[in-house]
Ligand binder design. Structure first.
Ligand code: DHE
Length: 550
């Protein structure tokens, strides 16, 4: 036993571990290769977003074979068919999956999950294209668009974004992007628009071109949801960052060309139990206004990473223990505090981006908070608050955000009241509005999912026993769409906060629309319809998105 022995691999220990014979097990459900392939595709398209690629669970329950086999085929088949009030869609009865497909999925989830390939620098470099080099781009704005009042509208199932002028309501151009494009974010200067697809394809669009178009693109993985750009003074437009679901990692890219510079895996230990997790997905990312840092929210391990981008070779990260299942969030009105939903835990985590510390973990009192970026307003009694609605019930939660002026309310749930119904995804207001809009697109009732609740902020009394009244806007009806069952999703304000836009999201072979409402009078202003508007979901006003105004 010399010191060299310490470097010998410990063969005896490995040799003694019992492992099952790889490959098919005796009681595996029978599936043909074709069925397996189809089920795998359905799983990645419909199920992985909530349950995870490796089925470890997050917004949805874990579905590893130890659990699914315990439940058994009949239970799974009926669960997939009928769904559950806690948020599992009714894939069978809604007609989205056929009876044969439901049967196949019940068998599929009893098998071990396949792990998709990794996606590192060689794969990223291979997919990376600079379509127009920085030196060949315009040196000044070449169009007469009012860029601050442009809306980048996700056309989900078309894999495109439409750029709509919010002054004239005209579609200025439609740009091909990744599959089921998810969000748009704007560079600090307002010149570049970044969009990311569910397939992890990033498109960088130059808004200065005569007709805005993609100038660079890259694929950063095989599943992704988030993109952001550096915003700290002196670092404007320098870097972009994209987070992926698969592989679980983020990549920092050059802000002019999307050249991938640094890939960081987020695999590691869960913050509380300190057990290893193979798939900690990157959920929302925002850029700090207080430091040259990106704020990266890692879902399954419950960590918020404050990634200092000043020296990518010697990367410094402050790792904040928050809560598991971090998802979406936004800043408070001062942009110092970042609030993010730990959705499957019913909590909101608050980080002080000046001190890089967790300030609070707040129970919202509802099921599955889903704020989008949330809504900031000054409550007549409680002062500055940030609001979230919920996916799992009809409540709206208000959290005090003013530790200086209202220390008693700060980082507490100050009020909770009911809106239209469960299945809400987004809530919105604007500094110049006195209205708070709450959608409910995933509500099972067609009428509710096509309407929006509007609260008058000035009439909120602070009496926590009595819910404030709201007005219901029949946005779906206003759209006048003859066929299908469109859902109304994601309120977004124009640049001065005078109008609020809603997507009327129908099936891809049916007509959809965007409904524009006058914020002061709550009357219909206009309906935008166009054959190119296929499945509009998210809308991102250039100014509000760039400045984190919401
Ligand atoms: Fe989203 C934001 C993930 C389903 C529309 N969505 C986000 C963010 C994440 C996320 C992590 C925050 C990004 C950020 O700020 O950096 N979304 C997921 C999912 O995992 C989920 C639940 C399931 C899936 O398989 O994708 C999911 N999302 C949806 C939809 O079904 C929606 C309604 C329609 C669509 O286009 O797919 C949808 N998500 C949106 C929108 C935002 C968003 C519009 C940005 C809101 C904002 O105001 O910033």
């Amino acid at each position: 036993d010399g010191p060299a022995a310490a470097y010998e691999p410990s063969m005896t220990t490995l040799a003694q571990i019992n492992v099952e014979i790889p490959g098919r097990k005796a009681d595996d459900p029978v599936m043909t290769q074709d069925e397996y392939n189809e089920a795998k595709t359905i799983y990645f398209q419909r199920c992985a977003g909530c349950h995870g690629v490796l089925r470890k669970g997050a917004t949805g329950k874990p579905l590893t074979p130890d659990i699914t086999r315990e439940h058994g085929y009949d239970y799974l088949q009926s669960f997939i068919t009928y769904g559950s009030p806690a948020g599992m869609p009714n894939w069978g009865t809604s007609g989205e999956l056929t009876e044969a497909q439901v049967d196949m999925m019940a068998r599929y989830v009893m098998l071990d999950p396949p792990a998709p390939p990794e996606f590192g620098m060689p794969e990223m470099k291979e997919s990376w294209k600079v379509i127009v080099k920085p030196e060949d781009r315009p040196t000044k704005k070449m169009n007469d668009l009012d860029l601050d009042n442009l809306m980048s509208v996700t056309l989900r199932d078309a894999g495109q974004v439409a750029l709509i002028d919010a002054n004239s309501y005209e579609i200025k151009t439609v740009i091909d992007t990744g599959y089921a494009v998810h969000i748009s974010r704007i560079s600090a200067s307002g010149r570049y628009l970044f969009v990311i697809g569910r397939d992890a394809k990033v498109d960088m669009i130059d808004l200065w071109m005569e007709v805005p178009a993609t100038v660079a693109e890259i694929k950063v993985g095989s599943e992704a949801r988030s993109i952001e750009t550096s915003k700290f003074e002196g670092w404007e437009d320098k870097y972009a960052i994209a987070g992926s679901y698969w592989p679980p990692q983020y990549v920092i890219m050059d802000g002019e060309t999307l050249e991938p510079l640094k890939i960081v895996s987020t695999r590691g230990n869960v913050y509380d139990e300190q057990t290893y997790h193979p798939e900690p997905r990157v959920a929302s990312i925002v850029a700090s206004h207080y430091h040259p840092e990106f704020i990266v929210n890692v879902k399954e391990t419950g960590k918020i990473l404050m990634v200092d981008y000043t020296d990518l070779k010697n990367l410094k990260t402050t790792e904040i223990e928050a809560e598991r299942f971090l998802h979406d969030g936004g800043f408070d009105s001062t942009k110092r505090y970042f609030l993010v939903a730990a959705n499957a835990r019913g909590k909101v985590a608050v980080v002080d981006t000046k001190e890089d510390k967790l300030v609070a973990l707040i129970e919202t009192g509802g099921q599955t908070p889903h704020p989008g970026r949330g809504a900031n307003f000054v409550h007549p009694v409680f002062g500055p608050v940030w609001a979230t609605s919920h996916l799992g019930d009809d409540s709206v939660a208000l959290i005090g955000t003013d530790p200086e002026g209202h220390p008693d309310q700060a980082w507490k749930l100050v009020d909770s009241f009911l809106a239209l119904g469960g299945g809400s995804l987004f809530i919105k207001t604007h500094p110049s509005s006195t209205h708070l809009y709450v959608d409910a697109p995933l509500n099972p009732e067609a009428e509710v999912s096509a309407s929006v609740a509007v609260f008058d902020i000035s009439k909120m009394t602070g009496d926590t026993e009595t819910d404030p009244e709201f007005t219901t806007l029949p946005i779906g009806e206003w759209a006048g769409i003859p066929e299908g069952q469109p859902r109304v999703v994601q309120p977004e304000f124009n640049k001065d906060g005078s109008e609020v836009w809603f997507s009327v999201w129908n099936a891809k072979d049916k007509q959809s629309a965007i409904v524009v409402v006058d914020d002061k009078t709550l009357e219909l202003k206009t309906v935008i319809k166009d054959p190119r508007l296929i499945t509009p979901t998210g809308k991102f006003n250039v100014l509000n998105t760039r400045a984190d105004t919401y």
